[in-house]
Design a protein around this ligand. Structure first.
Ligand code: GDP
Length: 461
């Protein structure tokens, strides 16, 4: 068996801070600290668990004094990782933190990989995989809604629900397998009905959960909102007006197009990630065609479209074409420049009541109608909410795929039951459904996938 290594990392975020924390985890944690710790009155061996001690931290090779630090030892298994953990709190100077980190490395610890503390917490059974993923989401949440959702996953309420489904599937499988021993037709029929009756609520609940993905993603990643419209319609002006004092830090998700301006704004507790396509069409012909393609791709992938129209000038043919194809379920029509008077009459477009609700007369320049537009944006997100699934939402593509796989297997099981296919096959489908759900909480997962999940964490978490 390989010896478990003792890992170390700076756990506070890079940069200057009041304090900085170095975290050490593993069986040699106290040994590592012993080499750095200078306080004759309280040697590390006399530390009580979960108590804080003040002492000098030095470099073990040179005896260079580094900082006066507060140190705490958390005895395994009562720590974040489930291992012996030491936390050293020093002054939050990046240089000092680096020096203490180097000293810990010299004292025998090795540098932690991204997410390695949380991975160990998972491997030691302190949290399941869905909770581990929620740790990253809590840390990076940039809106109330995103944070509330991440916390719900972190508490394990979501995992518990998944585990309940899994337990019921195990019971059902046992039931199905037992029925192999009762070949008489009547009994078999009754049992099949019973199994179908018990499968159905699971299928309904999983389908409801699956349907929350879109909303869950909006909360976690923010609402991908794209500003489109003819040059000079006022897209950039609207972007600036929306940002105003609502500018939010936006976490970039890998794969987003970078040659379009992306800014984040916080409205009604939600993050809107605003993409301005203003620059895409104003360039030379060749680039323009690329720009148009980009715009189309962005529109396709957008959650919400803000279509900006210069209401003070007549509609172009291009506008008319576009309007007739507009997907009003995800478009807010911004009639801009109303301060110049409205030439374009939206009534002429025979919009129905629902579509009219998506109209916002504004002046990006003067701020008229801006509040109403912002309310419409927030209300749009609220309308995406499903009250199903016990208020729970899924947020990760990985979870969505696992739920989908599970539902597919349950569908196959139902089919097999109805078509009098041998019960052994039913049992097999139930096992697949069970395993797919296990991928969410990490009960059935391979090492490679684990590495991928944790590699997305930052170091020190
Ligand atoms: P974009 O090309 O769509 O990004 O448009 P801009 O935001 O650059 O705006 C084009 C021009 O329209 C600029 O001169 C803006 O000052 C002007 N503009 C934008 N919004 C309004 C508005 O609400 N009222 C008036 N009068 N002018 C506006």
């Amino acid at each position: 068996m390989t010896q478990i290594k003792t890992i170390v990392a700076i756990s506070t975020s890079p940069g200057v801070g009041g304090i900085g924390v170095i975290r050490i985890s593993g069986p040699q944690s106290r040994k590592v600290l012993k080499r750095l710790w200078r306080n004759r009155r309280v040697p590390v061996d006399n530390f009580a668990t979960h108590r804080i001690y003040l002492g000098k931290i030095v470099n073990p090779s040179t005896e260079e004094f580094l900082d006066n630090c507060l140190c705490v030892w958390m005895r395994a298994p009562h720590s974040y990782t489930g291992e012996d953990v030491i936390e050293i709190q020093g002054h939050g100077s990046p240089l000092l933190m680096e020096k203490i980190l180097s000293a810990a490395l010299e004292a025998g610890a090795i540098l932690a990989l991204p997410g390695e503390f949380t991975k160990r917490a998972y491997l030691n059974g302190k949290i399941d995989l869905a909770q581990a993923e929620a740790v990253a989401d809590v840390i990076s949440a940039s809106s109330e809604a995103g944070l509330a959702q991440a916390k719900e996953h972190l508490t394990g309420r979501f995992s518990k629900r998944i585990s309940e489904f899994r337990s019921e599937l195990v019971r059902l499988r046992a039931f199905v397998e037992a029925s192999v021993d009762f070949p008489e037709e009547d009994i078999e029929m009754i049992q099949k009905e019973g199994i179908l009756n018990r499968l159905s609520p699971i299928q309904v609940a999983l389908t409801e959960l699956l349907s929350t993905y879109h909303e869950g993603r909006l909360h976690r990643e923010g609402v991908r909102t794209i500003l489109v419209g003819r040059p000079n319609a006022g897209k950039s002006s609207l972007l600036n007006a929306l940002l105003g004092s609502n500018r939010a830090i936006v976490h970039h998700v890998p794969g987003t197009t970078r040659d379009v301006i992306e800014e984040g704004c916080l409205l009604g507790g939600y993050v809107f990630r605003l993409f301005d396509t203003a620059g895409l069409r104003k360039t030379t012909d060749e680039v323009e065609s690329i720009g148009v393609a980009r715009s189309e791709e962005l529109i396709e992938n957008a959650d919400l479209i803000l279509w900006v129209i210069d209401a003070s000038s007549p509609l172009s043919k291009e506008d008319v074409d576009y309007l007739s194809k507009l997907d009003f379920s995800k478009t807010l029509l911004c009639l801009n420049k109303i301060d110049l008077g409205i030439v374009w009459n939206p009534e002429s477009f025979l919009l129905n009541k629902k579509e009219k609700e998506m109209l916002s007369p504004i002046s990006a320049l003067r701020g008229d109608g801006l509040k109403e537009l912002q309310n419409s944006m927030v209300n749009w997100v609220k309308r995406q909410s499903s009250r199903e699934a016990g208020g729970m939402r899924i947020t990760k593509l990985r979870h969505k795929e696992a739920l989908g796989k599970s539902l597919q297997a349950l569908g196959a099981a139902t089919n097999a039951l109805q078509q009098r296919i041998p019960v052994e096959l039913v049992a097999l489908h139930l096992r697949k459904a069970h395993e797919a759900l296990g991928e969410i909480t990490g009960s059935d997962i391979d090492e490679e996938l684990l590495d991928t999940i944790f590699s997305e964490f930052c170091i020190g978490k």
